[in-house]
Write a new protein. Structure first.
Length: 286
């Protein structure tokens, strides 16, 4: 039976779908209806692999849907596709050409493997473990301050071991992100912002996969930093933030503290809010 490889060129509004070795292409909308058509095609042709470029967020709905449908899926770095196209002498660039090139790449790249979105769960577990280790180091460091002579050696040894574990988990996080072009692209974009370092970036990549697919108001509400009304009848309550994803919010709070010192845009915004009479915590949340 002939192996079927599908390439998808993704834009904001559409998906161009090509099967390697097949002349005809399919164009569908980049929404749930269009994605379902791609899934039906992949299942009908029993596709070995569906391949697409990591395009900064537009690919995520398709990526999630294909993974949930148990269809082998592989996001790739756009640079790899461009280099592959040049090696084949294809210098022109259109959506249909790109879809065919991606399908050809999927069929001929021996190192290309399916990367299900469930990899995110592994990343989440590692981020959660990192948080636990940091909390344990903090607790043991606090105990060390008041510990007697007989207990200090044991606590110090435990702190040293915890720091080794933290270093190992940081290395695993970096490796996991660097092996996935979707994570790698998001991580690079996040860390280009002054105040966002590797730990905060990993937390956002793992625990906020919707980032890039929602507008700023929607993502703020999802995290739990959007002020919510507390009104009833003629009563107007104080706006507060609550709910959302606590660990993401905690990571962002610490990043914001750093950004108010080192990111000139955020520092200026923060200082304007303070001058307008806002409390520091309200200004940081904003």
């Amino acid at each position: 039976m002939e192996k079927v490889y599908i390439g998808v060129d993704i834009s904001k509004d559409s998906l161009d779908v090509a099967i390697h070795g097949v002349k005809n292409l399919m164009r569908v909308s980049n929404d749930q209806a269009g994605i379902q058509k791609v899934i039906r095609l992949a299942k009908k042709r029993d596709a070995m692999l569906v391949c697409f470029e990591a395009t900064g967020g537009y690919e995520m709905p398709l990526y999630i849907a294909l993974s949930e449908a148990d269809i082998p899926v592989a996001p790739v770095n756009p640079r790899q596709i461009r280099d592959f196209a040049r090696s084949m002498g294809r210098l022109a660039k259109t959506d249909t050409i790109d879809a065919r090139v991606i399908a050809h790449f999927a069929a001929t790249a021996p190192e290309l493997k399916s990367r299900p979105i469930s990899d995110t769960q592994i990343l989440k577990e590692m981020v959660n473990r990192r948080i636990q280790l940091v909390e344990m180091i903090t607790m043991e460091s606090n105990r060390l301050r008041s510990a007697g002579k007989d207990l200090r050696a044991g606590i110090e040894a435990h702190i040293a071991w915890l720091k080794q574990q933290l270093e190992a988990i940081d290395g695993n996080l970096r490796s996991h992100i660097e092996q996935n072009p979707v994570y790698q692209e998001k991580d690079a974009l996040l860390q280009s912002t002054p105040g966002i370092g590797p730990a905060v970036s990993a937390a956002l990549v793992a625990q906020l996969p919707e980032l890039g697919n929602l507008n700023r108001r929607q993502i703020a509400a999802l995290v739990g930093v959007a002020p919510l009304n507390r009104d009833s009848g003629i009563s107007r309550g104080k706006r507060i933030v609550w709910g959302g994803r606590g660990r993401v919010r905690a990571a962002l709070y610490m990043a914001t503290l750093a950004a108010t010192r080192f990111n000139p845009i955020i520092r200026g915004f923060y200082e304007r809010l303070l001058m307008a009479g806002k409390a520091k915590k309200v200004a940081l949340t904003a």
